[in-house]
Ligand binder design. Structure first.
Ligand SMILES: [Zn+2]
Length: 279
C-alpha cells in the first residue's frame, strides 16, 4: 500500500507486519457479510470528532489529538471477529494518540506513564531519531490512521510490549483496513487493502496464541473472549481443527454465558461445514 509518508520518513524504525510474527502460508476464508458504505445522508466527519490535549508520557509536552465523540456513535452491528461497525463514521481512525514533540504513539488506553527502562529505550529509538511531520488535529484519512497505528505498533515493540498488546494493535489495524476497504470503490485498491488486512489478522492470531501461552491473558479482554477470537481468526485463516477445539472449549466452560455458548455453537457448526468442504 502506498502511503504518502512512511515511518522511515519520520526517522522512525518500521516493523512490517511480517516482522512482528512469522505468518507462513495463508489461505483466507471470508466469513463476514460483505459491506459497501457511502457517506450519503451522513453528517460531515468533523462533527464526529473534537480536539483534546494529552500529556505525552515520553517528553511531557502537550499532545493535541483528534478524538471520536463517543455519544455520537451509532452501532450497526458486530462482526464475527468482534469488530463493531458504526453508522457513517469509523472511530478506530481516532484511537491512536501521537506526540509530534517526540514521536511517541499509543492507543488512548496505553498513553500513560512509562516505566523508566521503557522510557530509556523509547528515548534512544524513537525520541532521538524522530523528525516531526505535520500532525493532523482535524479529520483523518484512513491512510493517516494506518500510519498512526504503525507508529503505535513500533513504539510498543520498542518498549517491549507484550504479545497481547501487539496482537490487539494488529487486530484493530486489520479492522481499520477492512473498514477502509468498505469505503473505497477502486477494485485494485480494495484487493491491496484486503491482502494487508489478512496479514494483520494472521499476526493478531499468532500474537494472541502466544499471549495465552506465555502471558496467560490479554489486557482488557476476558480469557473466554480471547479464546473465541482465536477460534474465529483460526476459522478465517484455514486452521479449522484449532477453531473447533477452541469453540468446544468455550461451549464446555462453566464460566461462559449462555449467549457466548450459543455463538460458539453456531461457529462450531459453520467450521465443521468448512472443514468438510475443504477435504
Ligand atoms: Zn512526546
Amino acid at each position: 500500500m502506498k502511503l504518502s509518508v512512511d515511518l522511515n520518513d519520520l526517522g522512525l524504525p518500521e516493523y512490517k507486519v511480517e516482522e512482528l510474527y512469522p505468518l507462513g502460508e495463508m489461505t483466507y476464508y471470508d466469513i463476514e457479510e460483505p459491506v459497501k458504505r457511502s457517506e450519503e445522508g451522513g453528517e460531515p466527519e468533523d462533527s464526529f470528532i473534537y480536539v483534546k490535549e494529552f500529556d505525552c508520557p515520553l517528553c511531557g509536552k502537550k499532545a493535541a489529538n483528534p478524538i471520536a465523540k463517543i455519544a455520537k456513535l451509532r452501532p450497526l452491528g458486530t462482526e464475527k471477529d468482534l469488530r463493531t461497525r458504526y453508522k457513517y463514521f469509523e472511530p478506530l481512525k481516532y484511537d491512536v494518540l501521537c506526540c509530534e514533540g517526540c514521536g511517541y504513539a499509543a492507543i488512548q488506553t496505553n498513553f500513560k506513564p512509562l516505566a523508566k527502562p521503557h522510557k530509556l529505550l523509547l528515548d534512544e529509538k524513537i525520541r532521538r531519531p524522530f523528525q516531526p511531520g505535520i500532525l493532523k488535529t482535524g479529520v483523518l484519512h484512513f491512510e493517516d490512521a494506518i500510519l498512526r497505528y504503525k507508529r503505535a505498533i513500533t513504539c510498543s515493540k520498542v518498549r517491549l510490549g507484550k504479545n497481547g498488546e501487539i496482537a490487539s494493535l494488529c487486530l484493530r489495524m486489520a479492522w481499520l483496513l477492512r473498514s477502509y476497504s468498505e469505503w473505497v470503490t477502486e477494485e485494485s485498491l480494495v484487493q491491496e487493502i484486503k491482502q494487508e488486512e489478512i496479514k494483520y489478522l494472521a499476526a493478531a492470531r499468532e500474537g494472541l496464541v502466544l499471549a495465552r501461552q506465555k502471558e496467560g491473558s490479554v489486557p482488557g479482554m476476558p480469557d473466554l473472549t480471547v479464546d473465541y477470537l482465536i477460534g474465529i481468526l483460526s476459522m478465517k485463516l484455514g486452521y479449522f481443527q484449532d477453531a473447533q477445539k477452541l469453540f468446544m472449549a468455550v461451549i464446555g466452560n462453566g464460566m461462559a454465558a449462555a449467549s457466548q455458548k450459543d455463538k460458539a455453537r453456531d461457529r462450531l457448526a459453520e467450521v465443521k461445514e468448512m472443514l468438510k468442504n475443504s477435504l
